[in-house]
Write a protein that binds this ligand. Structure first.
Ligand SMILES: [Zn+2]
Length: 360
């Protein structure tokens, strides 16, 4: 968990400095580390199937049966035995042999297998089995397992992931000589799209702009506060629902919030607008106040902690808000420094108003 958190924090950081925009090189391997061991597996499987195809060449495979059925359909003088075969589809055969698996398959893919061609049914079943052995789980659990991996990635990555998996889908279809819509990738793309939709609909940003008084009833300062908060929430998007990305001043979400905050603090157009609308003097304080609301709510961190870590990532964060030794928020401000009400230790911390503006 700890290591995973670290890796994902790293991804968050990289995305910020443009790693994602720069190309697949950084992002790709990390993404496939979680999801794409599947990819390695594809390669291996291809070899295995080649071998087994050779060794099974003498016994009729399901493919052969399938071809026979088709030939017999057009044959007018089919014997009794062939007629019997003709009416038994691949799916019916599979269902009678694996009733439990069959119902799990239908539920998993939401597909009525009895309407599929033998080829499609077989290819879909094989793909599901392949993913199940990848995760070493049953059919009914495979979607959950896959989604657990997906949860580790923020909304902003999903489009990229879908795009990458689309490419991978072509490769998989080629490797296995199956239709693209029957690949593992196609299945995963469906789940990623589902998840993307859920995240977009539960996006705090969307919820946030719905409530509050109408725009024309707000003072210019209130209007700016709202706009600024929306900018913060829009940036973190669906990540706000993911503790792995949010928790702490050193979380990727905290980092992104700092990025937005500094962008506004340095934005001369916004500052001029503030000056002309009468909240110019309060411009910095408004930004600080609003940012702190968000860092406290989503990161459980004081703004000052986030600021310190953002500016000096290699330095231990020492603030007046939290005990640097035990992490307690119960802190007394004494003449000799700060004292922790929980563990009793004392320390000095910069009161750092200037830290907000300094960016080395
Ligand atoms: Zn303490």
């Amino acid at each position: 968990m700890k290591i995973a958190g670290y890796i994902f924090a790293m991804i968050g950081g990289l995305a910020l400095i443009g790693g994602l925009a720069a190309g697949h090189s950084v992002f790709g391997p990390l993404f496939w580390l979680a999801l794409g061991i599947v990819l390695i597996y594809f390669g291996k499987k291809k070899e295995e199937e080649k071998h087994s195809a050779k060794s099974e060449a003498t016994t009729p495979s399901d493919d052969n049966i399938h071809q026979n059925v088709n030939t017999q359909m057009v044959s007018a003088d089919a014997g009794k035995e062939e007629v019997k075969r003709e009416t038994t589809t691949y799916w019916e055969k599979y269902k009678s042999e694996n009733p439990a698996k069959a119902s799990q398959l239908q539920a998993l893919l939401g597909v009525d297998f009895s309407l599929l061609s033998d080829n499609d049914a077989q290819e879909k079943i094989n793909s599901v089995n392949r993913l199940c052995s990848q995760y070493s789980c049953e059919i009914k659990d495979v979607k959950k397992r896959c989604l657990q991996d997906l949860e580790q990635f923020p909304l902003s990555f999903l489009s990229k992931m879908i795009e990458m998996t689309e490419k991978e889908k072509e490769q998989e279809a080629f490797n296995f000589n199956i239709a693209q819509e029957n690949t593992v990738c196609a299945m995963i793309i469906g789940w990623m799209k589902e998840r993307k939709e859920i995240l977009e609909n539960s996006n705090v940003y969307n919820n946030h702009i719905e409530d509050g008084p109408a725009e024309d009833q707000l003072t210019p300062e209130e209007s700016f506060r709202k706009r600024y908060t929306n900018a913060l929430l829009k940036r973190i998007g669906g990540n706000a629902n993911n503790a792995l990305f949010c928790e702490g001043y050193d979380s990727p979400v905290a980092h992104e919030l700092m990025d937005v905050m500094y962008a506004f603090l340095k934005d001369t157009t916004e500052k001029e607008r503030a000056d002309s609308h009468g909240y110019g003097k309060r411009y910095t304080s408004v930004i600080i106040e609003e940012t702190e609301k968000v860092t406290k709510q989503y990161c459980h961190a004081a703004l000052q902690e986030c600021v310190e870590h953002f500016n000096f990532p290699n330095k231990k964060v020492v603030t007046s808000f939290r005990c640097p030794y035990c992490g307690s928020w119960k802190v007394w401000d004494e003449d000799y420094g700060f004292e922790c009400a929980e563990c009793g230790c004392t320390w000095h911390a910069p009161l750092g108003y200037n830290l907000y503006l300094e960016k080395h």
